[in-house]
Design a protein around this ligand. Structure first.
Ligand SMILES: Cc1cc2nc3c(=O)[nH]c(=O)nc-3n(C[C@H](O)[C@H](O)[C@H](O)COP(=O)(O)OP(=O)(O)OC[C@H]3O[C@@H](n4cnc5c(N)ncnc54)[C@H](O)[C@@H]3O)c2cc1C
Length: 318
């Protein structure tokens, strides 16, 4: 069976690994030049800064077992554990995605433009590079992007799913000179100046040689500032950062803008089949029915990828 997966973020990679394990021919199509999606790390000078997921937490047994094997391989470690473990990748979140995708077939720098179903049931995926055909297709982009690609194929999708909206997030990345200390563990996330959600020192976090600080802005703040010029937004993030931590020497700064950082609501099934078509929507917004946290996160992306792959395998002859 030939299976296509749109998006090489965590859910796409996990689905691909499971389907390859079952013996299928699997191809990931990713518009960016690297895998990882929202597991994102930027190199700045001699340092590294995460600017997507900050850390991940584990509630279920399946991810727990997987994390044990990642810890044994020295890929991840506990950053701090108050009151429960926060896991990080030793060299930045993106490196975990790269390691997990190492043996997979990934078409990078290729943007899917639309998806069609042929009369014989084959799924045709038109990209900005070529046209590809699959027996099954998994789509893991944020939902508004997946629905754009599906066009009329999505007319019968439940309206509540089509209505899910996402909020943006700005992240400021600041290279700091001198001996910077951000709290005891390298993170501040309580009672910060309005607008600022988290301040993370990537050196204290253990992924950077240099003091690179990631400043995560709140959802409402990011919405208010979304259409403003980038320089103005970055200057305001820096002003609020300085207001929180005091005097700093900042030789360089950058801004990351996530259009679809996280969904405002979730879907209580781990994936969704588009009508009777061999097309499945997956990703962090799809939670297990009994998910204990009700939040989109690393673990929900992981489980969504796993469940959609298990179901495709189970229903192979249909
Ligand atoms: C700023 C920020 C902070 C976060 N902090 C945390 C945290 O601390 N803890 C936590 O657990 N989670 C956190 N998250 C959430 C976590 O990163 C996500 O839940 C998870 O990485 C989502 O994985 P995914 O595979 O569902 O989606 P994605 O990672 O978004 O993957 C989708 C992929 O599809 C690709 N794509 C989209 N459209 C197309 C197209 N047309 N053609 C080809 N490819 C396409 C994208 O480039 C992307 O690589 C954070 C997210 C952000 C943005």
């Amino acid at each position: 069976m030939k299976i296509g997966i749109i998006g090489a973020g965590l859910s796409g990679i996990i689905a691909a690994r499971e389907l390859v394990r079952q013996g299928h021919v699997v191809e990931l199509i990713e518009k960016s030049r690297s895998v990882g999606g929202r597991l994102a790390t930027r190199r700045i000078g001699d340092g590294r800064a995460d600017h997507g997921a900050v850390y991940f937490t584990v509630r279920g047994e399946e991810l727990e077992r997987e994390v044990q094997s990642w810890m044994n391989a020295n890929w991840v470690r506990v950053w701090y554990a108050d009151p429960y473990p926060r896991y990080v990748t030793i060299d930045g979140m993106n490196a975990l995605a790269k390691r997990l995708a190492e043996d997979l077939t990934v078409q990078l720098n290729e943007r899917v433009e639309n998806v069609q179903v042929e009369e014989d049931g084959t799924v045709t995926v038109k990209t900005d590079v070529t046209t590809r055909s699959y027996d099954r297709l998994v789509m893991t982009a944020p939902l508004p992007q997946s629905f754009d690609l599906l066009g009329d194929l999505a007319v019968d999708v439940e309206p509540a799913l089509r209505r899910l909206i996402y909020s943006p997030t700005f992240v400021g990345l600041f290279e700091c000179a001198g001996d910077v200390q951000i709290g005891a563990d390298g993170i501040l996330d309580q009672e910060l100046v309005p607008g600022v959600l988290k301040i993370v020192d990537n050196r204290q976090k253990g992924i950077s040689e240099t003091s690179l600080i990631s400043v995560y802005m709140e959802e409402a703040w990011s919405e208010d500032w979304y259409e403003r010029p980038e320089e103005e937004t970055l200057a305001e993030v820096e002003r609020l950062f300085r207001e929180e931590v005091g005097v700093l020497d900042i030789p360089s700064r950058q801004l990351k803008r996530w259009r679809y950082a996280q969904a405002k609501d979730v879907w209580h099934e781990p994936f969704y089949q588009v009508s009777h078509h061999p097309i499945y929507l997956a990703g962090d917004v799809f939670l297990e029915a009994d998910d204990p946290s009700g939040r989109t996160r690393f673990e929900s992306a992981y489980l969504s990828g796993l469940r959609v792959a298990e179901t495709i395998e189970k229903n192979m002859d249909r």
